[in-house]
Design a protein around this ligand. Structure first.
Ligand SMILES: [Mg+2]
Length: 285
């Protein structure tokens, strides 16, 4: 089912990660007033806002309230396995996304993926509220993260399992996380579904993120911004992945400067948005 976009005058779509991208919950300082400026930008200029996050519905609602973020028009949650329209404060699941991602994802696939995860040793299952029909979530010691993800990947390949592995590191707690998802359930695929359903072209869409699990959409053909508080290693990976895919022109590294802001978190999102949308530069003066 195609859904109308929330406000017909919206000309741009902003898709942003939450933790350490819009939410200033990392070690670096946030520029004073950065979130207020972001709110003014999206409210006064009718930009559709989509949050793209590992958080579930309850944790998104909590973050919006706690950090006074703009209410979104849609949420891509649970690491890309759910899309909801959220405008008018109503949460409506996109059943067309569910249908697409569950095509190869049978109960048997889920069970076999879980059995592989149990057998690699380093993984500890996250609490039940973190598990969904489309997502198996584990904690992993940070030092074992890369090796465990690689071992799981080859086990899935040997078994021809249509499942994806998303490994990420919570830099604030140094906690490694591994999510096992249907292979079609990527954040990038979900963003493209929203663009298509709401009629936003490539040039009218800007995506923002900060960490390893954002890299697939940050280094794709989508116009993307990496906020300045990203770690040096993520910045290097982003550059080399974008280069390898011929997408270096679609990756902007926020560095601070415009409007006297430092490029971290919301300031970086605004800076990147203005890089791709020249008229936003005037709005921000
Ligand atoms: Mg993040």
């Amino acid at each position: 089912m195609t859904r109308l976009k929330p406000h017909s005058q919206a000309r741009y779509l902003l898709c942003s990660d939450l933790d350490r991208t819009l939410i200033p919950n990392g070690p670096q300082a946030e520029s004073p007033g950065a979130r207020e400026r972001l709110r003014a930008l999206v409210e006064h200029h009718a930009i559709c806002v989509v949050y793209v996050t590992g958080r579930n519905r309850a944790l998104v609602e909590q973050a919006v309230a706690q950090f006074d973020l703009p209410w979104p028009d849609a949420v891509i949650g649970d690491v890309g396995t759910r899309i909801w329209s959220t405008f008018d404060q109503r949460w409506t699941t996109w059943s067309q996304w569910d249908e697409l991602i569950r095509r190869n994802w049978t109960e048997q696939v889920r069970e076999r993926a879980g059995a592989h995860a149990e057998s690699v040793g380093a993984l500890q299952r996250q609490p039940e509220e973190c598990q969904t029909a489309y997502k198996l979530s584990y904690f992993c010691p940070a030092r074992a993260l890369a090796e465990t993800a690689a071992r799981l990947k080859s086990a899935f390949a040997a078994d021809a399992l249509p499942a994806a592995i998303i490994a990420s590191l919570d830099e604030t707690t140094d906690q490694g996380l591994i999510d096992i998802l249907p292979d079609k359930a990527t954040k990038r695929g979900a963003i493209e579904m929203v663009m298509g359903a709401w009629g936003f072209a490539h040039w009218a869409t800007v995506c923002a993120g900060d960490s390893g699990n954002d890299l697939p959409f940050l280094t794709s053909a989508l116009q993307a911004v990496l906020v300045a508080n990203a770690t040096e290693s993520v910045r290097e990976q982003a550059l080399s992945m974008a280069q390898a895919q011929g997408q270096i022109d679609n990756l902007y590294l926020a560095r601070g400067g415009p409007g006297g802001m430092n490029g971290n978190y919301a300031a970086g999102v605004i800076e990147g948005f203005a890089h791709y949308v020249p008229e936003a530069r005037d709005w921000l003066e």
